[in-house]
Design a protein around this ligand. Structure first.
Ligand SMILES: C[S@@+](CC[C@H](N)C(=O)[O-])C[C@H]1O[C@@H](n2cnc3c(N)ncnc32)[C@H](O)[C@@H]1O
Length: 211
């Protein structure tokens, strides 16, 4: 998505549980529900994944499940979505996507996937301004913008089958060259698949293959 955190979330996220402070939503355990809804970044990841994915596919941070659903239906591939946010996993399942609650790649076994897609939370965020809710989890990449990208890249080789591909969305706000360095350190070579510029950022989806 384009611009700052509000713009990224404003078009892309839906806030549920309107009643707060002990209201019905909180009593039902759904206070502060936020699931990131498809936006420009989602569209770019879907375009790249439809073009490049093969075999068994994992979408990390699936949010609404919209990207995973597109890959499954347009390519007739077996796709699993995962998200730290249980409300997202549920929404993805309601869309027909097999989805699980997971922290990045931790529960998945070695060599499990032929393609792994990720549109990470990537906005650099001042720690004093972090909201600590599901919206912040969907948007914030911590102070550097790379706090989710770093552990993802450090572990993704493990779950990737031979000849596997990783499709990673990168924003210029996150530090493109710094992400390329992390990719290199993780033993991958990167090729841009799709790229689009907006007033405040350029979004690129990179295809990573073992160097
Ligand atoms: C920018 S949103 C992308 C959502 C969806 N893939 C899309 O493109 O529309 C990032 C997603 O990553 C999820 N997320 C954040 N931290 C995570 C973690 N540690 N493990 C898995 N998912 C995480 C968020 O809940 C959110 O759904």
């Amino acid at each position: 998505m384009t611009g700052d955190g509000d713009e990224r979330g404003g078009g892309g996220a839906e806030r549920g549980g309107a009643e707060r402070g002990g209201g019905l939503a909180e009593r039902r355990g759904v206070d502060d529900v936020v699931v990131y809804q498809p936006a420009e970044d989602s569209g770019l990841l879907a375009e790249a994944a439809v073009a490049e994915a093969h075999g068994r596919v994992l979408e990390v941070g699936t949010g609404s499940g919209w990207v995973a659903e597109r890959v499954a239906t347009e390519r007739d591939l077996d796709v699993v979505g995962s998200d730290l946010n249980p409300h997202a996993a549920r929404e993805a399942r309601e869309r027909g996507v097999e989805a699980v609650v997971a922290d990045l790649l931790s529960p998945f076994r070695a060599d499990a996937f032929d393609a792994v897609c990720f549109n990470p939370p990537y906005l650099p965020t001042d720690p004093d301004n972090e909201w600590g809710d599901w919206m912040e989890r969907a948007l914030s990449g911590g102070e550097s913008g790379r706090e989710l990208i770093e552990p993802f890249l450090a572990d993704v080789d493990r779950v990737l089958a031979p000849d596997g591909v990783v499709l990673l969305l990168v924003s210029s706000l996150t530090g493109y060259d710094e992400v390329l360095d992390l990719i290199d350190e993780a033993g991958f070579a990167a090729d841009p698949v799709v790229e689009e510029s907006f007033p405040f950022e350029t979004l690129t989806v990179l295809a990573l293959r073992r160097a």
